[in-house]
Design a protein. Structure first.
Length: 87
């Protein structure tokens, strides 16, 4: 059982006094933010990216990671061209 929140491949980052949770959900990537780690599952979920209808990254979106450098945030993730394929 995931102690932070239900779902696959969570990524948690703390910046200042806020925790940020990134997860892949329903063909996209969502972020939640909370002051306490145990409050993340109840925090509002914001969809920051949705897989396109075509292209190399249209299926199997998983394992998003959050990175902060200076005042910029970056998200990287894994995806594939076709459902069920790792390539």
């Amino acid at each position: 059982t995931n102690p932070v929140a239900p779902g696959a491949d969570p990524s948690v980052v703390r910046r200042g006094t806020t925790y940020y949770l990134a997860q892949s959900r329903d063909g996209g990537i969502t972020i939640q933010a909370a002051e306490r780690l145990d409050a993340l599952p109840r925090a509002p979920r914001v969809r920051i990216w949705a897989a396109p209808d075509t292209g190399w990254n249209r299926a199997n979106v998983w394992a998003p990671e959050l990175l902060a450098f200076g005042d910029r945030w970056y998200v990287y993730y894994a995806a594939s061209r076709t459902p069920g394929s790792p390539f």
